[in-house]
Design a protein around this ligand. Structure first.
Ligand code: SF4
Length: 101
């Protein structure tokens, strides 16, 4: 499953500038991020972006060797709220699933 994020997450991840987020058409932002290979889908109706994944299915921010999140402090809300999130700093809640594929 791709990680679904909102504009605020993209700003926190520093993929979108706060000014741009406020003033630019989300469709244009989605177009730019898709072209850059950062998102793989944009749901216009719900304004939800799906982060691009690697060919392995891993999140682009997952370190392939350590299986840790490389953007842990800036990770999207969906990762913060994931039921598997435990008291393990820097670990990706999706990491284990991706590993078992
Ligand atoms: S916690 Fe996992 S899914 Fe979320 S950004 Fe980090 S590596 Fe990606």
């Amino acid at each position: 499953m791709p990680v679904e994020v909102k504009m605020a997450d993209l700003v926190r991840l520093e993929l979108v500038d706060p000014f741009e987020a406020e003033h630019e058409d989300p469709k244009q932002i989605a177009k730019r991020l898709t072209k850059a290979g950062l998102i793989e889908h944009f749901n216009f109706k719900n304004s939800i972006f799906s982060l691009a994944r690697r060919a392995s299915g891993d999140c682009q921010f997952l370190d392939a060797k350590t299986r840790r999140c490389t953007v842990y402090d800036k990770r999207p809300n969906t990762c913060r709220l994931h039921p598997q999130v435990g008291p393990r700093p820097n670990h990706c809640p999706y990491g284990n699933k991706a590993q078992s594929r």
